[in-house]
Ligand binder design. Sequence first.
Ligand SMILES: Nc1ncnc2c1ncn2[C@@H]1O[C@H](COP(=O)(O)OP(=O)(O)OP(=O)(O)O)[C@@H](O)[C@H]1O
Length: 696
Amino acid sequence: MTGQDAIGEEQEALDAAHVRRLEIQAELEQRLRGSAEEDSVVAAAMRSTQTRLHELTQAEQGLVFGRLDSRDGDVLRVGRVGVPSADDDADPLVVDWRAEASRPFYTATAVAPQGQSRRRHIRSEGSTVVGVDDELLDGSTDGDLVGEGALLAALDERRTGRMGTAVATLQREQDDIVRADARGALVVQGGPGTGKTVVALHRVAYLLFAHPQLARAGVLVLGPSQRFLDYIGQVLPALGETAVVAATCESLVPGVRPERRESRTLAEIKGRALWQRALADHVAGLVPPPSDLMLHWDGEDHVVPAETIERLQRGALSGRSYHHARRVLTAQLVDVLTELVADRAVELLASAEEGFEEILDRVDKSLAGQDDRGARTQSSSGSVDGELSEDEVEELRQRIEADPGIAARLALRWPDRDPADELRRLLADRAALAGVPGLTDVERDLVAAEPTPFAPSDIALLDALADLLGEAEQRERQGEFTADRAAAQRDWVYGHVVVDEAQELSAMEWQMVARRCPAYSITAVGDIDQTEAPHAHMTWEGAVGEVLTDRWRRADLTICYRTPREVMELTGPVLEAAGSTNEPPRAVRSSGVEPWLRSVPADDLAATVATEHAALLERWAGGSVGVVAPVERVADLAAALGPDAIVMSATQAKGLEWDAALVVDPDGIVAEPRGWNGLYVALTRCTQELGRVEIA
Ligand SMILES: Nc1ncnc2c1ncn2[C@@H]1O[C@H](COP(=O)(O)OP(=O)(O)OP(=O)(O)O)[C@@H](O)[C@H]1O
């Protein structure tokens, strides 16, 4: 069959899939119009219909991108979404890339063909097939890459500043991670450009497909910065996914944002795991010590003895947050007071009755003296026993509960606490900080010197404190997922959490992650060698071990898809200087452009950068050029290069990529904290050309 015949054949199949897709869309729209959200079952069905409709609508581009021919002659077409045939008994026109049946498309090799004889990559523009790329799985060729032609074509495309999907060209080691078991935490180590972000995002799409119940709780995607989240922002919608909240660690606590930057030293101190224990101790110290409690009701004083309070408080606190325990104890104290008041009523009546008895006795006696009528009967005394009926007790309890005086008295004893106020108070209180074990006096002074306003590392402390304190008011358990609802609720529990650039998280930020998914269904991707955060870890054991303990497993990505071989060759000594213990990734492609270096006097730096930047923009017209410089040079360079230029520090460049990268003053980058790691990031941002301008 000629290439043209193959294109014609695939065009026919694609046309049929599109026709059927539109038919299904029309059916779904009809169904949505016809049903009202009457009850939860109907509402749930509608939501799933909407999701399906959304997926189909998004799938216009790349509806079919692959085909597998089995040795038995069966043909299976793989695409962004499944498209069933109109005939129930017929094979589907397209199988969803996430379905188990599609797996050999990503994993079959000539050595292990899994019953397949050929894999075909189908390239289309809009709804027109423009090319096919066949790979025979009969042992005639074997390489590391699946669908090499299609992959290299994808990698060579111009970078637009937005990440694209890689469903058509996911590689075996990537696919293994995408489809890995959702249970437990998975930490993926991969060098620059190994597709960690790609894998993490496709994993979200896969998990939501394979475990639809996850959509009820949603997935949280944590990235290092808003700029990064904007960069990847198109991928999940393009994969049809909407059950996702994207955030940074700084934006995880609703309504609170850092209001200032902070020193690395302080960020490191406040990121340490020891704060979790210290905050728990602090909150435990806020609980009032048991003592006799005097409560006033209806003109009477009632005392709840310290021992009773101690017993109830211990029970209320077990496994509960400060506020939850407070609510439980308050309810119990209302019960206790109700009992005391009810008992007092019985006592009063009893004593009143005693007085009454005496009178009656005297009357009896005097009467007995006058005639022989017998003493009064027992029944006449028993008719008034003072016991309240159940309804009366309940009514009394409600009155006590609603009484503002009692509520104020209980609130005075065990007050509500606002987490932000409490954190400010603690951080400013040198004496209270003395109770934080593991800090030196100098470190305590540093913390106490800058208690407010909140800096980035305070967000994780605030989150921990808010969690320990719990909600002051009882709330409904979380309902059905909507991104707005989940994002607005600090203690929303997600079905899965994905962390990108995971090497940057402090131990306290890992606590934030763990809190949002106590089942530890977590995928964390990162490169420990690109770490720039102030924590001192150079291994994953160190970075995540304190929080995830032994409840995580590791996977590795070893092939670099972004950075060309010519550039990767420069990184060996940089990695070594950074103290890396990891194997550098292997670049799959060469761009044919040798990296270059200009050495200029300091005074000529800005002018040289401007000239080289303009030249790169011209060479990579239609694509993108990024400039990475030491922090203190960024503002001046940005001003010199104009508003459209992309100029940033190594930290800001993390996770991003451009066709060409211009690294300015590499020695200046090295001189920054964790500078070798920073230079490693800067050097690995380009897909085609790397230029460096250093000071001679
Ligand atoms: N299987 C693939 N098919 C097509 N493109 C891919 C594939 N894997 C990775 N890429 C591309 O390679 C580039 C690097 O991927 P990605 O940004 O996910 O790497 P990374 O490991 O997160 O890098 P960094 O460590 O720099 O953040 C991106 O342009 C991505 O689209």
